[in-house]
Design a protein around this ligand. Structure first.
Ligand SMILES: CC(C)(COP(=O)(O)OP(=O)(O)OC[C@H]1O[C@@H](n2cnc3c(N)ncnc32)[C@H](O)[C@@H]1OP(=O)(O)O)[C@@H](O)C(=O)NCCC(=O)NCCS
Length: 178
């Protein structure tokens, strides 16, 4: 189950953060500020009452751009579509907030995350050499046109619906975004 994150999730999120990003984890004060900020939205994945993943968007009201701040699942929960579901929640929230373009940075040595982002339509728009320290790994900067993503998602949902092509596209799209 994916639900909104709250400050009560901070300890569990930090435990996952240190496991998923052992060399460059955010500090607890940084994560607390993220969870409290009105300029973003965080979600968590819960399984049997236990938190197994989280993801966050930064998208200040009135701004054109948004950023995928983070996304991670514990290793046992990976590879089952939950990363994609979290990412789609963030992108749907970006659309609701009127974001035009979403950016993210991903490590050059993280092909799994890159494949996920590319499959949702993110394109590489730049590189930041040696951005991740102390590992000395480049960051790939990617961006996504939110309107194009939304249109593609609606097309896919309509094609998969039994009444494909009939009815409002937003109804079909709700199947995986709510
Ligand atoms: C990146 C991450 C969030 C993806 O979540 P996930 O639940 O494992 O991914 P999903 O099952 O939703 O798969 C989504 C896509 O990712 C890619 N992917 C997932 N597992 C993969 C693997 N073992 N090898 C290659 N690609 C893989 C595929 O493109 C997949 O799409 P497909 O199933 O249609 O082939 C997760 O692996 C994770 O938490 N990794 C550690 C933290 C991290 O690197 N975060 C990203 C920081 S930028």
């Amino acid at each position: 189950m994916i639900r909104d994150a709250s400050l009560d999730d901070l300890a569990a999120i930090m435990a996952l953060e240190h496991t998923a990003f052992p060399t460059d984890a955010w500090s607890e004060p940084m994560m607390r500020e993220e969870l409290r900020s009105p300029h973003g939205r965080y979600y968590v994945v819960e399984q049997a009452g236990r938190l197994v993943g989280y993801a966050g968007l930064r998208a200040p009201q009135g701004g054109r751009d948004g950023d995928i701040q983070t996304i991670a699942l514990e290793s046992a929960a990976r590879g089952r579509g939950q990363g994609r579901a979290l990412l789609r929640h963030l992108l749907s929230e970006a659309a609701v907030r009127g974001v035009v373009e979403v950016f993210l940075e991903v490590r050059d040595d993280n092909p799994v995350a890159q494949a996920l982002y590319r499959s949702e339509g993110f394109l590489e728009v730049g590189r930041r050499p040696r951005y991740y320290q102390p590992d000395d790994v480049d960051a790939i900067v990617m961006s996504l046109d939110v309107a194009a993503w939304r249109g593609a998602a609606e097309d896919t949902a309509a094609a998969q619906s039994p009444a494909a092509g009939e009815g409002p596209a937003d109804t079909a799209r709700g199947a995986w975004c709510t």
